[in-house]
Write a protein that binds this ligand. Structure first.
Ligand SMILES: [Cu+2]
Length: 263
């Protein structure tokens, strides 16, 4: 009895503890929230099915003359309706995260119709940085190449190599492109993932909440050096970010990221 109570207590504690970890970004918040919503639905269902399975196995294990269940319209309607409700919940919960402007930001390709209706095929309209639509976000340009990331901060003419510097609590847009083959930027802790294609621009978007150092990797197999194509993500307070940009604005070259602990 004691042991069972301990097991249940531990389980409840773990569920509660995992649900309250502070999110590093809005994207992470949305993704984790969805995961827990689905988990809270899936867990009782799994237990329910397991219980019926065990019950049936125990109750009928020495039944020499098994008979199929007679028709039961009420039961059939119930399980059809219950399944529909659950699937609807999963669909709505998933969709509401998917349409978030952080998870699925408006892509240059979505804006082509407005920007350049004369260009056949349209894509040419956004092949250069100057053509990218203006956003109110802090805009950061990311160029993937075999094998590394060049990150530019256009408002200060500053570039970093394999280091993504992001101001906390600000909307950030990454404009991604590639020099050679398809790469994909994945900032796991911030819940950001987007492909980078040669000759065009894609957009990723986030708002980071927790200053700190995180990892970035390439998640599109891009050649022999793919596994070495990782980088650091440095989230700093906005004033640290601005001061860092100001300090390096005239250098016109590649600089290193600020210290996270700098205040
Ligand atoms: Cu790559």
């Amino acid at each position: 009895m004691e042991r069972r109570r301990f097991a249940i207590g531990t389980f409840v504690f773990l569920l509660a503890a995992t649900g309250t970890v502070s999110a590093q970004s809005e994207n992470r918040d949305l993704i984790d929230g969805l995961e827990y919503q689905l988990l809270y639905v899936a867990l009782p269902l799994t237990l329910f099915v397991l219980m019926i399975l065990v019950y049936a196995a125990v109750k009928f294990h020495d039944n020499d003359d098994p008979r199929p269940t007679a028709e039961d319209p009420a039961l059939e309607i119930t399980w059809t309706a219950a399944t529909a409700v659950i699937l609807l919940f999963v669909g709505i919960a998933g969709y509401s995260v998917l349409v978030s402007p952080y998870i699925s930001p408006t892509q240059p390709a979505d804006l082509i119709g407005d920007a350049d209706t004369d260009t056949a095929g349209g894509d040419a309209a956004f092949e250069s940085l100057e053509d990218l639509p203006d956003t109110d976000d802090e805009e950061i340009h990311v160029r993937g190449y075999q094998w590394g990331w060049e990150v530019s901060y256009p408002q200060a003419n500053v570039t970093t190599s394999d280091e993504f510097v992001i101001p906390a609590d600000q909307n950030v847009t990454f404009w991604l492109t590639s020099d050679d083959v398809i790469h994909a930027l994945f900032l796991q802790d911030l819940g950001v993932k987007q492909d980078a294609f040669p000759g065009e621009y894609t957009r990723a978007r986030t708002i980071a909440y927790e200053p700190g150092e995180y990892d970035a990797v390439c998640t599109e197999f891009c050649g022999a050096g793919h596994s070495r194509m990782d980088a650091d993500v440095i989230v700093v307070e906005p004033d640290v970010y601005e001061a860092w940009l100001d300090d390096h604005a005239d250098e016109n070259g590649t600089v290193s990221a600020p210290d996270v602990d700098e205040t």
